[in-house]
Design a protein around this ligand. Structure first.
Ligand SMILES: Cc1cc2nc3c(=O)[nH]c(=O)nc-3n(C[C@H](O)[C@H](O)[C@H](O)COP(=O)(O)OP(=O)(O)OC[C@H]3O[C@@H](n4cnc5c(N)ncnc54)[C@H](O)[C@@H]3O)c2cc1C
Length: 292
């Protein structure tokens, strides 16, 4: 590990990725790196850059399918205390990229702050949520972002303000390698009203999504004006499977992975869905999840 000399304590080689994803599927990462400080993260990025090693950044692993063959290069896992700090301010909250989104939603309730409740039931980290502009029918995280703290591939940290940022449907113009954290605008609100809102969204999601099963959330983006789930259902695919990968009965845009499912099963099922929906309904479905 000459390349990472002096950093051995934060690096594992050929680390299985499955435990780090919500699908619980996937091969090993060649280099799996968990920096414990911003300085260490910058050093890791510099070394990867110097050796032209490909870098991927992992948050909560809730939007990922890792291939059975694993990931070549470096997977940098943004985790741990230094990246998870949360501090409430007069008009919002500042959160590190590794802070857990669902826990932050509940802390906002306790603090009597409104703005994050629309993100109820969305698993993952703040970094992943900002990168994906996580959200849905109730709103998205981009609408409350004030500032993001970023690091580029050379390990240089910088900040972008609201006016420089754009957020769209599961996308943003943030292209920097790492999101270090963000500040969000919140409004003071009666605790019970915020809690009620969270409860209502949670009940709705629990009734319509298989939240307790292994998945990566919605597999496909909704085509403009259409629902990917409704299209998959209409194409007669609900309940279809390849090996242990099933199209959910509850929400046809979710693929559920039974224990021992392989990434190749999920990928085959994705192809079947795409081909069938295209053949029967002439709509091409674009992936929402990322495949590594
Ligand atoms: C049961 C279930 C329900 C879901 N429901 C929703 C929903 O309603 N709405 C929705 O939008 N999504 C939903 N998702 C998908 C997922 O929760 C979101 O996309 C979430 O924001 C991903 O965050 P993460 O930390 O897990 O990111 P990961 O899956 O780890 O990564 C996703 C992407 O973000 C990048 N990334 C992660 N952290 C960082 C960082 N610190 N810096 C730079 N890049 C980073 C990764 O490189 C990758 O490109 C659901 C998933 C599940 C399993």
């Amino acid at each position: 590990m000459k390349l990472f000399a002096g950093l051995e304590q934060i690096i594992k080689t050929e680390e299985p990725m499955a435990p780090y994803t919500w699908f619980r599927i996937g091969g090993a990462a060649q280099y799996f790196i968990e920096p414990t400080s911003v300085e260490q993260l910058a050093e890791v990025l510099k070394r990867c850059r110097e050796s032209e090693m490909p870098v991927r950044v992992l948050g909560g692993g809730a939007n990922l399918l890792v291939d059975d063959s694993g990931v070549r290069g470096a997977v940098i896992h943004i985790t741990g205390e230094k990246f998870s700090e949360v501090a409430f301010t007069a008009d919002g909250v500042k959160a590190g990229a590794a802070a857990d989104l669902s826990r932050l939603v509940l802390r906002c309730v306790r603090e009597g702050k409104s703005g994050m409740e629309c993100l109820t039931g969305i698993p993952g980290s703040i970094g992943g949520a900002v990168r994906m502009n996580a959200g849905g029918a109730f709103g998205d995280i981009g609408s409350i972002v004030e500032t993001v703290h970023l690091m580029d591939a050379d390990g240089v940290a910088f900040t972008r303000m609201r006016g420089e940022l754009t957020f769209g449907y599961r996308c943003t113009n943030i292209t920097s390698t790492v999101i270090l954290g963000a500040e969000f605008r919140l409004l003071a609100e009666d605790q019970h009203r915020v809690l009620n809102q969270v409860k209502q969204i949670w009940i709705y999601k629990k009734n319509t999504q298989p939240l307790a099963r292994r998945s990566a959330g919605c597999i496909f983006k909704n085509p403009r004006g259409l629902s990917a789930g409704a299209l998959i259902d209409k194409a007669g695919l609900k309940g279809r499977n390849v090996g242990g990968a099933f199209i959910s009965d509850k929400h046809a845009n979710f693929i559920i992975a039974e224990p021992k499912t392989r990434a190749s099963d999920v990928l085959k099922l994705i192809n079947i869905i795409r081909e069938t929906v295209y053949k029967r309904l002439e709509v091409y479905l674009e992936l929402e999840i990322e495949v590594w």
